[in-house]
Write a protein that binds this ligand. Sequence first.
Ligand SMILES: [Fe+2]
Length: 397
Amino acid sequence: MSSRSDLTIMRVCFIIFLLGVLVELCDGGITSEYVRGSDLPDDMPLDSDVFKVPPGRNTPQQVHITQGNHEGNGVIISWVTPSAPCSNTVRYWSENGKSKKLAEATMNTYRFFNYTSGYIHHCLIDDLEFDMKYYYEIGSGKWRRRFWFFTPPKPGPDVPYTFGLIGDLGQTYDSNRTLSHYEMNPGKGQAVLFLGDLSYADLYKFHDNNRWDTWGRFVERSAAYQPWIWTAGNHEIDFVPDIGETEPFKPFTNRYHTPYKASGSISPLWYSIKRASAYIIVMSCYSSYGVYTPQYKWLRKEFQRVNRTETPWLIVLVHCPFYHSYERHYMEGETMRVMYEPWFVKSKVDVVFAGHVHAYERSVKKLNLVLPSSIDLPLYLHCPQVIIKYTNAGTCF
Ligand SMILES: [Fe+2]
């Protein structure tokens, strides 16, 4: 009898030991003592400095750039002229180039309930040299504006590059602190992987699209000078049948273009790019993704196209996380996880970055990867508080 109870005790102890090992293995560690306060920050008022309209009548504003083709030597330059079409031309030149080139933009406007947008210009330039500084000018006459950006190095296995990560930015006081934090980071991010939820304009009555304009002016100070790679979040859906707005993603897709056709996608909401040593796949968790949907078919081919010899880093961006421990949004990503996690594992995806939950969590304690010697990404994964920061953009997220 006593030997039987000894055995039971040993079994229980062994199970407790195993659970302890499991807990230790699953503990991702704590990298920051930061705890979000209970007071949610307000949106910055319309007359804030960061929303200032540039001087002059109809001067280009809300300037932003993103990658324009699959390889990285293309750029899409976008801006808004608020009251008239104005010049639709981009003048651009390389730092050591002798002549200036011209490129023509497309132009569109849209209506959203009682709001009419300004004139939104998008200009694709895809004949750039890799690893080069370029200047560009938009607008005309006295109020012409000049910006610059750097093209990435040609894709290759050992090419240094630094990405910043921002998600769920919004336009609160904390949003401004987050963007400043990124700009002042000594790591000097060269492109932003944006994880969805941009302006949070949908929190306003009738989804007041003036708040898309303020957001565009707010992020211009970074997004005009380095590409922001866009992922769509739930705050981009803007589906409001009650007021007659039944076209999902209308403000987002009108304002923020992506190079989706270059990767064989049929939707601006899911696409891929190469940038330096990384292959980046952007997914849309608010578009259909079940078996035989366009996104499913595209993604299946996409993984086959990745050449790890050329781009050893395979990164996926998706707004809704597959895993997290928060009560809010708990298991919202579960159906997508069930669908695609086996593909991610089989394709050996290195990192999945997600937003949506306004906190930092990761599922791996140490990245056990063989790294190209020069890539900076792991550094930031291990110091996430430096480069990854989320804001609480409002009461709803
Ligand atoms: Fe979200």
